[in-house]
Design a protein around this ligand. Structure first.
Ligand code: SAH
Ligand code: SF4
Ligand code: F3S
Length: 467
């Protein structure tokens, strides 16, 4: 990527780098100053924001939850669909006003958007008051960029690849549940997707440091860890001495954290061995997010997903048979270029058959540089919106039906905090990742308790603690 004002792009292979010393050192350069961090996008970005928080807090900044109170505003951005991108540009408009009132305000943009050259150029052109631009591969440079920033723009985005960083410091949002990166990037290059461009090629962490991190989290009292990657099932295939995700799961399970989760799974790499391990270990949660994307084999081929409708259905059935009370959720794109009514009906057919516990549904959004953005499309937006609505109605009725199966049952719930809707209740998740609002005293926060389910809605359950 050649950006104006950009310092020489640093292009390296995916080597393992121990986390930079200067980040571990507590600086007091910004003591007494506040920062506001807004995160868009997927869990990967949420976890990256925990790294960003650690970096800026080590420089002396303190977190605030209103941007008006901040001396530093950081936007950790997402590029997955046009509307994610629009949200950030909308927010930049608000920051422009704030900067007028507060000229010393420092605005930093990071995450997936700056990894696209055209977007960084757009930021620089339309929003010259942005102070710092960094990408997903050089988060660790943020401390240096902040220290170097002297009222001129600092732009540093590594264009090609990132490394694998170890001993990364995180300011974790929760003391109960934690994310653990097992890999970075993605090699699948689904034809619609920007992620391989914004996150680079797949780079797995070695097994040993992952296990060490999980052990440390267990010692710190974490009740749940989620193994994180764009395609966790392909974990370890890129290592010099390949390790399978099944092996990683088994090793993590034996450490004994009460709850282990993982996202996201790609159907193509999901092996029988992985299913057997999930079924075997009680502390691997019976919940799988298994993106379908489309139920039409013709569209799946155009998407480069490497499985057919039949492959997906047979994998789904195998999971249902082998993993006790497993819950499966999915992602679906409607309106892929030239998706016919028949293609769409195939998707509806899969959704009817699978009765997913939940589904995230999206209208196809062309992303610059991806093959699908160049495909001719003859389907109108009205038609796409009507398909989305039809799909959502089915998805929501399935979710309600699945949730109703929990009525009057007693289930284990890990309580994470006070319920947002009702301060007299606490909330948590079942092993199958159902949100439950529970009548219980707040001293159960951080504990796994037994809950009797008293009401079921499409997106949550209500219950009371069973003592
Ligand atoms: N790695 C994950 C998904 C990451 S992106 C996986 O492979 O499943 C999350 C979801 O966003 C995708 O599953 C897909 O449904 C959706 N998505 C990705 N690119 C999109 C695009 N160009 N338009 C609409 N939805 C998209
Ligand atoms: Fe994108 Fe496909 Fe990789 Fe998921 S597997 S991140 S959809 S390229
Ligand atoms: Fe968005 Fe980047 Fe995640 S594009 S979905 S934040 S990997």
């Amino acid at each position: 990527m050649n950006l104006p004002n950009m310092k020489a792009a640093k292009v390296r292979g995916a080597e393992v780098v121990q986390y930079l010393e200067n980040i571990n050192k507590k600086e007091s350069a910004f003591e007494g100053k506040n920062y506001f961090l807004r995160t868009y996008g997927c869990q990967m970005n949420v976890h990256d924001s925990e790294e960003i928080s650690a970096i800026v807090e080590n420089l002396g900044y303190q977190k605030v939850d209103k941007m008006e109170m901040a001396d530093l505003v950081i936007l950790n951005t997402c590029a997955i669909r046009e509307n994610a991108h629009d949200k950030v540009f909308g927010y930049l408009g608000r920051l422009k006003h704030l900067k007028k009132e507060k000229p010393d305000l420092v605005i930093a943009i990071g995450g997936c958007m700056p990894q696209q050259e055209s977007v960084t150029n757009e930021i620089l052109k339309k929003h010259p008051y942005v102070d710092i631009v960094f990408g997903t591969h050089n988060i660790h440079d943020l401390s240096r960029l902040l220290l170097e920033h002297q009222k001129k723009q600092e732009i540093e985005v590594y264009s090609i690849e990132g490394n694998v960083y170890e001993n990364v410091l995180y300011k974790r949002d929760s003391k109960i549940t934690a994310w653990v990166n097992i890999m970075y990037g993605c090699d699948k290059f689904c034809t619609y997707c920007i992620v391989p461009f914004t996150r680079g090629r797949q780079r797995s962490r070695e097994l040993t440091p992952i296990l060490a991190e999980v052990r440390e989290l267990k010692e710190q009292g974490y009740q749940e860890i989620t193994l994180l990657g764009q395609n966790v099932n392909a974990y370890g295939k890129d290592l010099a001495n390949p390790v399978s995700f099944a092996t990683l799961l088994r090793e993590v399970a034996t450490i004994g954290v009460p709850r282990i989760r993982f996202v996201t799974s790609h159907p193509w790499d999901f092996t029988d061995e992985m299913i057997d391990i999930i079924a075997k270990y009680d502390n691997i949660m019976p919940y799988i997010h298994l993106p379908l994307q489309s139920g039409s084999s013709r569209i799946l081929k155009l998407m480069g997903r490497r499985y057919t409708k039949e492959d997906y259905l047979s994998l789904f059935q195998k999971m249902k048979e082998k993993i006790k009370h497993v819950a499966i959720t999915t992602d679906i794109i409607v309106g892929f270029p030239n998706e016919t009514r028949e293609d769409f009906e195939s998707t509806i057919d899969v959704v009817r058959t699978c009765e997913f516990d939940g589904a995230y549904t999206f209208i196809f959004s062309p992303r610059e540089g991806t093959p699908a953005s160049l495909m001719k499309d003859n389907i109108s937006l009205e038609e796409k919106e009507s398909r989305l609505q039809q799909l959502n109605e089915l998805v929501n009725s399935n979710s309600l039906k699945k949730n109703q199966e929990y009525l009057d049952k007693i289930v284990s719930v890990l309580i994470e905090g006070i319920s947002e809707k009702d301060s007299k209740k606490v909330y948590g998740y079942t092993d199958t990742m159902k949100l439950v609002n529970v009548i219980a005293l707040p001293d159960v926060i951080g504990k796994i308790i037994q809950v009797k389910i008293t009401d079921a809605k499409s997106f949550s359950l209500d219950g009371e603690q069973v003592l």
